[in-house]
Design a protein around this ligand. Structure first.
Ligand SMILES: [Zn+2]
Length: 268
């Protein structure tokens, strides 16, 4: 029995030794946790540029767009005579006092206005874009007199009002008073002679005012019409086609009196 006990004691000692060795090796197993490193900085990501949704982007205007002159230069006076009946044709053609023009032409008038303002003057617009239906109605109201209103059916002629590249205009002072000019607007008295640029039997100040308007407009890319001192058209008029009621329909609905709209679109 003693031998067995002795063997057991030796066995226990050996086992304990192995256990110590295992535990010693276990130091690598139970290694204390490594010290935590400082947090790795998160790389900076450049902020994405703010994008405007496409529908929010301001639309870039083309020269051929039809615009209200007041949007391009609100300092230009607009007094469309065809809104009321204060003209020889005695009836209203337009329902609203808004001068529509091609954007390219409106920019030229803005330049003319800036030149004039430096001299204490400004432009006043009596007519601008004139839809074909209005041109026809005016021609009929003038009894088909081509000296008063250009024949809309004539194949020759520049037809610049119908292209939205012409204005009928005069000069005003800083208080908006019209400067003396050869005739009143659409004054065809005396065979329409006094309206012409060639008519010079006029007071010196009237001649000077007519000349001032002419020089300013030509310098800004507008050309005169020899038959009417008040008419100026974009020298690039040929770049712009004649407009129809199907072009810019919302503008036609806003501009024309009901009767003319119905004539132009009888089924609408
Ligand atoms: Zn005109």
């Amino acid at each position: 029995m003693k031998d067995v006990a002795e063997l057991n004691r030796i066995g226990f000692t050996l086992a304990a030794g192995w256990l110590l060795i295992v535990l010693g090796c276990g130091e690598t197993v139970y290694q204390p946790a490594k010290q935590s490193r400082p947090p790795t900085p998160i790389p900076t990501v450049a902020a994405a540029p703010t994008r405007t949704p496409p529908e929010m982007k301001p639309k870039v205007k083309k020269d051929s767009d039809l615009v209200s002159l007041a949007e391009v230069d609100p300092t230009i006076q607009v007094d469309l005579r065809l809104v009321g009946s204060n003209h020889p044709f005695g009836r209203a053609f337009y329902r609203d006092n808004i001068a529509y023009l091609r954007f390219g032409t409106a920019k030229k008038l803005k330049r003319a206005q800036e030149d004039l303002r430096k001299q204490g003057l400004g432009l006043k617009i009596w007519d601008a874009y004139r839809p074909f239906a209005v041109q026809v109605a005016m021609f009929e109201a003038a009894g088909g007199n081509g000296n008063w209103v250009s024949d809309p059916y004539r194949t020759s002629g520049k037809k610049t009002h119908v292209r939205a590249v012409a204005v009928d205009c005069t000069l005003v002072d800083t208080e908006g008073n019209e400067l003396p000019m050869p005739t009143a607007y659409l004054d065809f008295a005396g065979g329409a002679k006094k309206m012409k640029h060639a008519y010079n039997d006029l007071p010196a100040d009237v001649l000077a005012n007519r000349q001032k308007l002419k020089e300013t407009m030509i310098a800004c890319g507008m050309e005169p019409y020899q038959g009417e001192w008040w008419h100026y058209q974009d020298e690039a008029w040929a770049n712009y086609p004649i407009l129809t009621m199907d072009d810019f329909p919302e503008i036609h609905r806003a501009l024309l009196v009901e009767e003319l709209l119905k004539q132009a679109h009888p089924n609408h």
